[in-house]
Design a binder for this molecule. Structure first.
Ligand code: Z5A
Ligand code: MG
Length: 238
């Protein structure tokens, strides 16, 4: 029993604006963890392979129109349809590195003007991440990265609103997230930061029971201190 609990995988979520580098960092992290002999898988939301995912994809590519509430619930349903597989994988010891999760759900829909509590409600009961790392990039800088594609949300003005709403989430309920995760994305110290994320993956696979399903997924993020921040602290105290 005790052993089972100790060997569960960690649930690690990367969040951020379009082009913040989530997909790049997620796959680097998975390779890194595999290199350390850990079982790790890369997941992403939306998962466009399911029926619900195809409806989402059609909406994002402007092939269909949907009411804002409807698409919000579809994004959430897309996570719910994956919940039990997610739980099985984690309990069997696989660490999941997830590219976007509930935080995107709330930030994007509330950026359109939907009530934030209404947006959070359908996320209640999904599995709580052990860590949410927010890749903080300014919308302008993100836009410079090869320009946006032509999906529905890929416009500077809307990304600026989304950034504000991620910040609202952070201030209101993401208290435990440490901002300096950010420099995972800065180019320098990149490998250090991967190591920090990996360390958290290791720590959490021995940590709390997965049964600790969150009441409110938006209030239960883990803490990450980057290698750079730790060095800064060490330098200051010596
Ligand atoms: N959405 C929602 O509304 N509700 C929900 O519940 C969920 C999502 C889950 C589709 O998401 C849309 O769905 C998304 C949110 C909404 N809309 N927007 N915006 P998606 O996951 O399919 O799309 P995305 O992740 O936002 O787009 P992306 O372009 O894949 O971004 P990324 O994964 O963060 O970045 P990347 O692919 O790693 O890198 C982007 C480019 O930047 C690429 O050319 C890289 O080579 C470059 N890059 C990456 N890192 C760097 C660094 N460090 N320096 C320089 N250049 C870099
Ligand atoms: Mg991506």
């Amino acid at each position: 029993e005790g052993n089972k609990k100790e060997s569960r995988g960690a649930l690690i979520v990367l969040e951020g604006l379009d082009r913040s580098g989530k997909s790049s960092q997620c796959s680097r992290l998975v390779s890194y963890l595999e290199g350390e002999g850990l079982s790790a898988e890369l997941w992403r939301f939306p998962d466009r392979t399911t029926n619900v995912g195809q409806m989402i994809s059609a909406y994002l590519t402007n092939a269909s129109q949907l009411d804002d509430h409807t698409i919000h619930l579809l994004f959430s349903a897309n996570r719910w349809e994956k919940r039990s597989l997610m739980e099985t994988k984690l309990k069997s010891g696989t660490t999941l590195i997830v590219d976007r999760y509930s935080y995107s759900g709330v930030a994007f829909s509330s950026a359109k003007g939907l009530d934030i509590d209404w947006c959070k409600a359908p996320e209640n009961g999904l599995l709580a991440p052990d860590l949410v790392a927010y890749l903080d990039i300014s919308p302008d800088k993100a836009a410079e990265r090869g320009g946006y594609g032509d999906e529905r949300y890929e416009k500077l003005e809307f990304q600026q609103k989304v950034a504000e709403h991620y910040k609202v989430l952070h201030d209101a309920s993401w208290k435990s997230i440490v901002h300096d995760v950010i420099d995972i994305n800065s180019g320098d110290n990149d490998d250090d930061n991967l190591a920090v994320l990996a360390e958290i993956a290791h720590k959490h696979d021995k940590g709390k029971a997965l049964e600790a399903v969150h009441e409110d997924v938006l209030g239960k993020a883990g803490v990450l201190t980057s290698a750079r921040a730790r060095r800064k602290r060490a330098a200051a105290s010596s």
